[in-house]
Design a protein around this ligand. Structure first.
Ligand code: GLA
Length: 671
């Protein structure tokens, strides 16, 4: 986190929403604000999609409605998270400048009529957006209601990868900065292959659709460039704001689900406070574990500092194939899981459910049914709890284990021409994280190259692309006494996507004590039994141990007889390796062994859970806070002492957490 970051100061945990009053008439605004107060809402994001309202004609501003709304919110004691309004350019801009519209990889334009219809490298867009930001900052820069600036909205959600001529020119400039000479670029991209050698910068374009697979180095650099390009858009807006306002600045990240285009490790230091949007993704095997993972990653992006959940939903979204409603109590469980994992703000998309536009079937705090609804009652209940637990704000999550996560590995794993399309990077990450989550062990998510000295156990799932220095940092940490689990496909390529030779796992090979000769992936229908009784899937390898001990081997499939799980004593520590994707119960059993070996435990003893649960401790200066979320229907019991903050009841030695409930125990002496 940037040491000169402006602090987001708020009394307790922020509770709020996106508010789109432009979709309603002013008489509705009165009711909105009265109900916001009833629910305890104290932070409201406005002007997120305001551009065509506040600048209806080029250079003609009309702030009357926004003045009115901000004034009303302020009068009600509700603070404003003020959007710069640049997320969806008005029709007049793209009509005058159709060249600003984004272009897909097949060379076709994407048109206005949705949102984010701009090329991130478009000078026309950039200039018009900054003019708008200047006007908004001039008007509200020192307004007492403004608690936070919200730059654009989910930058890169739809338009991250643009292939127009302006993008190609910007890509070339980015490449010249990175490589300086065309020879260096040719070496990095391996253009000797298929006669792809470039003689001049002007010959290079974005990786548009080709007949065959594309150059992997070019694809990887295009990802890096595209992430940097949107970050520069954020920086340009933030610079304008900084000149005219003292309030902190952020933008809402999209960690992680299926949005892989932005390397948030390189963005996070620019945020005064990290903010994330999270929606349960019911296309995943375990959406709840992914929620916990995304929350832990949001915390990791800020180096462990509290962050804000800028958006989540009270119920169904409208953009998955099947949009599921939440179960009774799930709003509380989801929201408080984010708080347990470090959020100091809980906000929703959106306040009042739209009746028009493409999000009219998206849930909201105030549903179409109105206040006579379970959603509304749970929103009010949550607002009450958030209010009661305000003392937790500023405390930090305690973790003894870490997981190394890399957007670059995500990009490289999923580009064209890899060993298997059946396996995605997130599948490996989620499987590893899910094993820890099912045991209630808290995990920090850290970047490659992060200092690991605070941890006893580190998992490195599928870190396909790795720089030598980042691998050495991990193996040195193991040698100093750490326990690590490295999983298959890690250490396969360097930062240019060039294969590490001499046996896969490259810079991890020696510490792991194995020699991997060949990858042998299998289809989703094939089970891979192991000698230990566990079952693997999707991946196997032909390898032999050098100094490691094989803990389990494949008994069947293309790698029968070869090691599947190995353990190598490396210095004072141990380096484990996993060569297949274990079934969930088997992964869990492996993590139990590793945790025992490393001396890592859940935040407290849990007994009787019949389903997944969360147990996380946040530590403050005077007390610790033990969060327990029971996703099951049976009560569970934990060992704890202190005061339970949801019910106000004292806890002596043990606490019962009823099925579906959340309990937060203040432990007086910092544990
Ligand atoms: C994103 C956007 C919001 C809204 C929600 C719907 O998070 O930021 O404007 O579209 O998705 O889930």
């Amino acid at each position: 986190m940037n040491p000169s970051a402006r602090p987001f100061e708020h009394d307790g945990i922020a509770f709020g929403c996106d508010y789109n009053p432009e979709q309603w008439t002013p008489d509705v605004w009165d009711e909105d604000i009265a109900l916001m107060s009833e629910a305890g809402v104290d932070l409201v994001a406005v002007n997120i999609f305001g551009w065509s309202h506040i600048e209806p004609r080029p250079g003609q501003y009309d702030f009357a409605a926004l003045d009115d709304i901000i004034g009303r919110l302020h009068a009600a004691g509700i603070r404003v998270n003020l959007g710069t309004g640049t997320a969806s350019p008005p029709a007049w801009l793209s009509r005058a400048h159709p060249e600003m519209l984004p272009m897909a990889e097949d060379g076709t334009r994407r048109y206005p009529g949705g949102r984010q219809a701009f090329c991130p490298s478009s000078p026309v867009y950039r200039e018009a957006a900054l003019r708008l930001v200047s006007a908004v900052v001039a008007r509200y820069g020192d307004h007492p209601a403004v608690a936070l600036w919200h730059v654009s909205n989910e930058l890169g959600c739809h338009n991250a990868l643009c292939h127009c001529d302006a993008s190609a020119a910007a890509f070339r400039r980015w490449l010249q900065d990175r490589y300086v000479t065309i020879d260096a670029l040719n070496r990095a991209w391996g253009t000797a292959f298929w006669s792809q050698t470039y003689g001049d910068w002007c010959e290079i374009g974005t990786p548009r659709a080709t007949l065959s697979s594309r150059n992997p180095g070019q694809m990887l650099d295009f990802h890096r460039f595209s992430s940097d390009e949107l970050l520069s858009s954020y920086r340009a807006e933030a610079e304008v704001i900084r000149r005219g306002s003292a309030a902190p600045i952020t933008t809402n990240f999209m960690v992680t689900a299926h949005i892989e285009n932005l390397d948030y490790w390189s963005w996070a230091a620019d945020m005064d406070i990290v903010a994330n949007d999270h929606y349960l993704d019911h296309r995943l095997e375990d959406p709840r574990a992914e929620l916990a993972f995304a929350a832990d990653l949001s915390r990791g992006l800020g180096g462990g500092a509290p962050w804000i959940l800028m958006e989540h939903s009270t119920g169904a979204v409208n953009w998955q194939p099947l949009n599921k409603a939440k179960a009774p109590g799930e709003i509380l469980r989801n929201s408080l899981t984010h708080v347990a994992r470090g959020a100091d703000g809980v906000c929703f998309f959106q306040w009042r459910a739209s009746v028009q536009g493409s999000e009219r079937f998206h849930s909201a705090m105030l549903p179409h049914a109105g206040t006579d609804s379970n959603v509304w009652r749970e929103v009010v209940e949550l607002g009450g709890i958030v209010d009661r637990i305000g003392e937790i704000a500023g405390s930090r999550v305690v973790a003894e284990a870490a997981l190394i996560f890399s957007w670059e590995s995500w990009w490289a794993t999923q580009d064209d021409s890899r060993p298997s399309k059946a396996l995605g990077y997130l599948d490996q990450v989620h499987a590893a994280y899910g094993a820890f989550h099912s045991l209630g062990i808290t995990v920090d998510i850290v970047a490659p190259g992060a200092d690991l000295s605070a941890y006893k156990l580190v998992v490195v799932p599928g870190l396909h692309l790795v720089r030598e220095r980042d691998a050495v940092l991990i193996t040195d940490w193991i040698a100093a006494g750490g326990t690590a689990l490295v999983t298959f496909y890690s250490g396969t390529v360097d930062e240019d996507d060039r294969v590490w030779t001499g046996g896969y796992a490259g810079p991890f090979r020696e510490a792991l004590g194995i020699h991997i000769e060949e990858f042998a992936p299998v289809g989703p229908e094939t089970a891979l039994p192991l000698t230990s009784g566990a079952t693997g899937r999707l991946w196997s390898e032909r390898s032999h141990v050098t100094t490691a001990v094989a803990e389990a081997s494949f008994t069947d499939g293309p790698s029968a007889g070869h090691p599947a799980i190995t353990r190598n004593a490396w210095g004072a520590g141990s380096a484990w390796y996993l060569a297949t994707l274990l079934a969930a119960p088997d992964y869990r059993a492996l993590v139990v062994r590793l945790a025992d070996e490393a001396g890592v435990r859940p935040a407290a003893n849990v007994r009787g859970a019949d389903d997944a649960f969360e147990i996380v401790r946040r530590r403050g200066t005077d007390a610790s806070y033990l969060f327990v979320v029971n996703h099951g229907s049976a009560p569970l019991h934990i060992d704890a002492d202190g005061t339970e903050l949801v019910t106000g009841a004292p806890v002596c030695g043990t606490a019962e957490v009823p099925g579906g409930a959340v309990r937060i125990i203040r432990e007086e002496a910092a544990a």
